[in-house]
Design a protein around this ligand. Structure first.
Ligand code: PEP
Ligand code: MN
Length: 441
């Protein structure tokens, strides 16, 4: 607890001096009853069991003294874009790996993700009234909630792999023991990733011409802003990089522009909701089949008491077989409560199937859940505000179907994910093209 307080005060000392900016957004002050350490008094699900508390504290101190990964002005820009979507103008395209990897990181991989988002965005933009908001699942997506805390193979039981920011995927005791120094590696990789995204975004006129040629789209070329997002799972990491910003009189998570709360960590009185309620970033909330209407309304009130457009994005993830049972009443409730928020759909996490020892997803299930989302939103008088995908610019074989008609026998060829199965580039383009069809009036 003490370390958290020290970290928070360091952050204040570092950021409070007159950092004048013209951008002001007086509209989103952090609540006065909140501090960055308050989550420590709540129950935090899905946290690593670090064997060495001292090592964790040293890492937290290093992170607290590190530069923010994203700029407050850019987060405010994202909030403004999302507020347009909350007002029924525009569409959020959120996507990237299920889990980023240290071993597979390189500049080309970031570039292919960036390029894929741009290509999909170009397809969607031609059909969208308003802007497409490009929100990469990147530069912080290193930690995974797990259904089972441990795994047993051949009579040996070890902790589950929880993402590269926590432990390693190899099934050895050394690799599976959570190591807080991995948080520093995650931070460094996130920093490089964001620098690369900036470089691509600012150098992208030539790339855009190439993209337009490949996609066959007409229309004006213009650079797009690329924002970053990840699940705010590891609260020690998030807290250490939370900064006070005097001009906006707010606390900001500087690990990414948007953070979301996972379906397993959205307990109303839990640590993740407590942490996220106080940072002024846009916040996503995964909404799965177990979420009850009154629970959702309380969460929305807790996370956005001022009901400000651009603050909250609800991300439904029910599965194609369950979406029609759960989503209508949830949408109806937020509409009747007059909430200024955005509804989007994650058609991945409710559609995971097993194929032998592997997990996979069918493009047909993904498309069915998205189509149901659009139909339900329109029936409920809610703007269908975006989609959230697990995908990669590479040529993997992890999901089945799509225009290349991947079948189960293809899975063994290039099944590279360390976590959930991702759409490959072609499948992601297929989904974007289908969604462009649904967006067109
Ligand atoms: C995820 O987005 O990778 C994830 C774990 O999702 P959910 O919290 O919705 O299960
Ligand atoms: Mn996933």
């Amino acid at each position: 607890f003490a370390i958290g307080r020290v970290a928070a005060e360091d952050a204040l000392a570092e950021e409070a001096p007159e950092k004048k900016r013209r951008v002001r957004f007086a509209d989103h002050q952090s609540p006065s009853d909140w501090t960055p350490v308050g989550w420590r008094e709540r129950r935090a699900e899905q946290q690593p069991d670090y064997p060495d508390a001292g090592a964790l504290q040293r890492v937290e101190r290093r992170l607290a003294g590190s530069a923010p990964l994203v700029e407050v002005a850019d987060i405010i820009h994202l909030r403004a874009s999302l507020s347009q979507v909350a007002n029924a103008q525009g569409f959020i395209l959120q996507g990237g790996d299920c889990a980023e990897s240290f071993a597979e990181f390189n500049a080309e991989k970031v570039r292919t993700t960036y390029k894929l988002l741009l290509q999909m965005g170009a397809l969607l933009r031609s059909a969208t009234a308003g802007e497409v908001v490009h929100l990469a699942r990147i530069a912080g997506q290193f930690a995974k909630p797990r259904s089972a805390g441990s795994e047993t193979i051949g009579g040996v039981t070890l902790p589950s792999y929880r993402g590269d920011a926590v432990n390693g995927p190899a099934f050895t005791a050394a690799s599976r023991t959570p190591d807080p120094r991995r948080l520093l590696d995650a931070h460094r990789q996130a920093q490089v990733t964001i620098e690369l995204l900036h470089a691509y975004a600012s150098a992208s006129y030539a790339d855009l011409a190439e993209l337009h040629a490949e996609t066959g789209l007409e229309g004006p070329l213009r650079p797009v802003s690329m924002f970053t997002s990840h699940e705010a799972l590891l609260l020690n990491y998030e807290q250490a990089l939370t900064r006070w910003d005097a001009p906006s009189e707010s606390w900001w998570a500087t690990t990414g522009h948007m953070l979301w709360i996972g379906d397993r960590t959205r307990q109303l009185d839990g640590a993740h909701v407590e942490f996220c309620r106080g940072v002024a970033n846009p916040i996503g909330l995964k909404c799965g089949p177990s979420l009850k209407v009154d629970e959702l309304l309380r969460l929305v009130e807790r996370l956005d008491p001022e009901n400000r457009a651009g603050r909250l994005v609800l991300i439904g993830r029910f599965g194609s077989a369950k979406v029609a049972e759960h989503l209508p009443e949830l949408m109806r409730a937020t509409r009747r409560a007059g909430r200024n928020l955005v509804w989007t759909i994650d058609p991945m996490h409710g559609n995971t199937r097993s194929a032998g020892a592997r997990k996979t997803r069918l493009v047909s299930d993904i498309l069915a859940e998205i189509a149901a989302f659009f139909a339900i939103a329109r029936a409920e008088g809610v703007h269908p505000g975006g989609m959230h995908l697990e995908m990669t610019g590479g040529d993997v074989t992890e999901c089945l179907g799509g225009s290349a008609s991947l079948v189960e026998e293809d899975l063994e060829r290039r099944y590279l994910t360390h976590c959930d199965p991702r759409l490959n580039r072609g499948q992601a383009i297929d989904v974007a093209a289908a969604v462009a069809g649904l967006l067109a009036p």
